[in-house]
Ligand binder design. Structure first.
Ligand code: MN
Length: 322
């Protein structure tokens, strides 16, 4: 059943022993929306805890500190920022059929819940958590403000993406007034790289090549480089966005060596250039501007296959980038 913010707040107000679930590979909005809600419920004297399939990643320790979840048998289960049951990973078996309230902003949400508050217009799930907390008349502590600020800042790419709204700015401003450590949050989320990640970036830069008159940029990451830099999967997040960020580049290709010697291809494009059509020729798929596929190695062979699949699109005269 679809419900509104007031109904969601009243529902939460009426229950105790509340489990809050966030999605796997939790990001700033997942942790931010879950913990802000947790602390608001605790302020109301309720027992609650946050769980994610990947636990509490150290990269977000600034947000939740040394969090130790309280043990209890939940009587009410909430998901925040979870678009589908698959994103609950190993937690799905136990909880996917027991969700009482789903709070989310993804356009497509497949969670099976008794009550759903899904608002695609919201820049972040944290915006909905913020509104529920307002509705519950709980004052924002600096920790809650920091959590809400983090989710809005990360989901809007630090207020740069198209989903940034005046409302997102207004809530962020209010969270600054409530004590969110915005300078620290933005430094950690947008201006800090691990030494391992920087090492990968350095090795990756050496592999940069241009094709199709500079309209395609290609990088490759070998298993050896990943091992040498000692980076985790989490630290490699967003790396595929790099080649497309170069001036004049319409197609950014990232080739990542797999353990079996084949290559995982990530293609990012701009404008009308259809990444999913290109990857579709190599038995992959995805969205119009972001798609992927797998090609066989070694590296030089992988490149040839990708370039051949791009040829029909790249030889067309393309309109200038907006
Ligand atoms: Mn989100």
């Amino acid at each position: 059943m679809e419900i509104d913010l007031q109904q969601a707040a009243r529902l939460l107000d009426g229950w105790d022993d509340i489990l809050i679930l966030a999605h796997q590979k939790p990001d700033g909005d997942a942790y931010g929306s879950a913990f802000a809600l947790l602390w608001a419920l605790e302020w109301l004297g309720k027992r609650a805890r946050v769980e994610t399939p990947d636990g509490y990643l150290p990269g977000y320790g600034f947000l939740f500190g040394n969090y130790t979840p309280e043990e209890f048998e939940p009587r009410f289960v909430v998901t925040t920022d979870v678009a589908g049951p698959g994103l609950l990973g190993p937690l799905a078996d136990r909880w996917a059929n027991r969700i009482d309230l789903c709070i989310d902003h993804h356009r497509i949400n497949n969670i099976d819940a008794a009550h759903k508050l899904v608002v695609p217009e919201a820049a972040a799930t944290c915006q909905l958590t913020y509104e529920i907390i307002r509705e519950l008349e709980v004052p924002f502590t600096p920790s809650m403000a920091g959590a809400v600020y983090t989710g809005i800042a990360t989901d809007t790419g630090c207020f740069r993406y198209g989903n940034t709204t005046p409302e997102a700015h207004r809530i962020a401003a209010e969270m600054m007034e409530a004590g969110a450590d915005y300078a620290l949050i933005n430094k950690l989320m947008f201006d800090t790289k691990s030494k391992g990640r920087l090492e990968i970036d350095r090795l990756m830069m050496d592999t940069l090549e241009y094709y199709f008159d500079g309209r395609c940029a290609m990088i490759s990451i070998s298993s050896e480089a990943v091992e040498r830099a000692g980076v985790s999967e989490e630290e490699l997040d967003g790396i595929a966005g790099f080649p497309r960020s170069i001036e004049g580049v319409e197609a950014g290709v990232t080739l990542r060596e797999k353990p079996d010697g084949d290559y995982r291809v990530s293609l990012r494009t701009t404008g009308e250039l259809d990444a999913s059509a290109i990857c579709g020729r190599l038995d992959g798929g995805g969205h119009k501007n972001a798609a992927g596929c797998t090609v066989s190695g070694p590296l030089e062979r992988a490149k040839v296959q990708v370039l051949a699949a791009m040829e029909p699109n790249m030889s067309q005269e393309s309109p200038p980038c907006p």
